[in-house]
Design a protein around this ligand. Structure first.
Ligand SMILES: Nc1nc2c(ncn2[C@@H]2O[C@H](COP(=O)(O)OP(=O)(O)OP(=O)(O)O)[C@@H](O)[C@H]2O)c(=O)[nH]1
Ligand SMILES: [Mg+2]
Ligand SMILES: [Zn+2]
Length: 312
């Protein structure tokens, strides 16, 4: 869309350390972010995939003029040089697809993965972003019981849970049918198969997936920049590099309980109106755990977040 004067508007579809690209009326336009903008943003490129941007000409180069106000932006916090910093994952999303592997080479990883999933779900709830859970690599699953037990609290909480094999294509059509108009971001730990799923969905074969070292069974991060790919006329999928951490320091502790959707029906039932659901007598949330209505693993994620939460 053409804006006033020499401004053009587009949607950001690729951001790496060195480049930004926007889709402008179906054309890809590479643009620069001036050093002054980066300095104002605390030394980091503030542009995110999904951002609606205004671009302009500056000394013969296309540069960012403005990032338009964002909506439904998935964000996390991380630590850089001893400081907690906010990192937006992608902007203006219609759906977050949280991809986690259905199998773990080390079973001790399972609780950690589920806590990561819980934090990602909280971050989506916090900005009212719908979330879908994708359990990938089901082809490697021997005994289903452990995984189904681990995932049942999310099904009960009402989250859509899809089981996929990106390589054989199982569940990929169901995944495609679940993607709404707009941008769906694929987010999760490295090696879960986000890029492989996007390859299966788009039919593209130019995307870099992770080669697992035969010596260690472990890989490196395959995707190092964030890109959006067109699925069809009005749906895009966003490939996000694997996330090692997903801090929630930006979420007010007082808002945490409502971000656990399975707690909803019990909130307001506690004896203490200001119950934090940590140790107060007459807590309906903790009673619901004893009655089997809230899964202990979900409450444990909540408890850890409350204990770690910065006191605002
Ligand atoms: N058996 C099996 N392997 C899979 C499946 N999906 C992905 N893989 C393999 O798992 C490895 C990791 O896949 P990627 O798609 O690169 O994972 P990713 O989540 O994009 O990883 P990062 O980009 O590092 O975040 C690759 O070797 C894939 O071939 C699956 O459904 N089944
Ligand atoms: Mg990838
Ligand atoms: Zn309570």
């Amino acid at each position: 869309m053409t804006g006033p004067a020499d401004l053009i508007e587009g949607t950001v579809v690729h951001v790496s350390r060195t480049d930004c690209e926007a889709d402008v009326d179906g054309n890809r336009v590479r643009f620069h972010v001036l050093g002054s903008v980066i300095r104002t943003a605390g030394g980091k490129n503030p542009v995110r995939v999904g951002d609606r941007v205004r671009l302009t000409l500056h000394s013969g180069t296309i540069v960012l003029d403005e990032i338009l106000p964002r909506d439904s932006t998935l964000q996390r916090t991380t630590t850089a040089h001893g400081r907690t910093v906010r990192r937006e994952v992608a902007a203006n999303l219609a759906l977050a697809v949280f991809v986690i592997p259905a199998v773990e080479s080390d079973p001790a990883m399972r609780p950690r993965r589920l806590r990561l999933l819980d934090r990602m779900l909280v971050s989506a709830e916090y900005v009212d972003l719908p979330a879908l859970i994708c359990l990938n690599k089901i082809d490697l699953l021997g005994d289903q019981t452990e995984m189904e037990g681990a995932i049942s609290p999310y099904c009960r909480a009402g989250y859509p849970v899809l089981r996929t094999c990106a390589l054989a294509g199982d569940g990929v059509e169901a995944l495609r049918d679940s993607l709404p108009t707009g941008l769906s971001a694929f987010v999760g730990p490295s090696g879960a198969g986000k890029t492989s799923l996007i390859t299966a969905l788009t039919g593209r074969h130019d995307l870099q997936t992770l080669a697992i070292s035969s010596a260690t069974g472990k890989g490196r991060h395959a995707t190092t920049s964030t890109s959006a790919y067109e699925l069809d006329d009005d749906r895009w999928v966003v490939d996000v590099p694997g996330l090692r951490s997903f801090g929630l320091d930006d979420v007010d502790p007082g808002d945490l309980a409502v971000c656990f959707v399975d707690f909803h029906e019990f909130l307001g039932e506690c004896e203490n109106r200001w119950c934090t659901h940590m140790a107060e007598p007459g807590c309906a949330v903790r009673a619901a755990i004893d009655e089997g209505a809230i899964a202990p693993q979900r409450y444990e994620s909540y408890r850890r977040l409350m204990v770690d939460a910065p006191r605002n």
